[in-house]
Write a protein that binds this ligand. Structure first.
Ligand code: ADP
Length: 151
């Protein structure tokens, strides 16, 4: 016996996968940082999506690579443009929570055609960013299925 679970358990395992088991650490910037500094941060932390928070540390927006590329094409002085001008902002942010199923989060990534979801915790006056769920995390989950089952 290989120690792997037989094939019919795969759906069970998939349905039991939670966001919290596969999420990554979020990289956040304040909404008043410049586009220039956000680009630097993206390289420094090696992520494709930055989450933007307000002065209360609540989720305010999202910055993708193309958001930053677009801003760079259109203007000369990237140090003088704050990211809140160019970010996708609340309430138009698609997010997930730690205890949600990974399948549900994956559906959201595909339906919205985006690369990452902030993992949030609801608070009385906003959403606290506690994680980052990306297509890479979904790919890892996919691989973990093949490692734990005889496929
Ligand atoms: P890229 O733009 O680099 O291809 P995405 O596909 O993730 O990366 O982003 C596409 C657009 O959707 C961008 O304008 C970005 O701000 C926005 N976006 C990214 N993630 C989210 C999200 N979780 N909720 C809402 N909008 C998002």
């Amino acid at each position: 016996y290989s120690g792997k679970k037989p094939g019919q358990d795969v759906t069970d395992t998939m349905n039991n996968m939670k966001v919290k088991d596969f999420q990554s650490i979020p990289v956040v910037v304040r909404e008043d940082v410049s586009v220039y500094d956000a680009i630097s941060q993206m390289f420094l932390d090696d992520v494709g999506t930055l989450f933007v928070v307000d002065k209360n540390s609540h989720l305010a927006g999202v910055l993708s690579r193309k958001d930053l590329l677009r801003a760079s094409l259109g203007s000369q002085n990237l140090s003088s443009i704050p990211v809140h001008i160019i970010m996708t902002r609340m309430p138009n942010i698609t997010y997930c929570t730690r205890n949600e199923s990974l399948i549900q989060a994956a559906h959201r990534l595909i339906n919205q055609q985006i690369d990452a979801l902030p993992v949030v915790e609801e608070q009385p006056d906003g959403y606290k960013v506690v994680g980052r769920l990306t297509k890479t995390n979904i790919t890892r989950a996919f691989l973990s299925l093949s490692e734990n089952h005889d496929l």
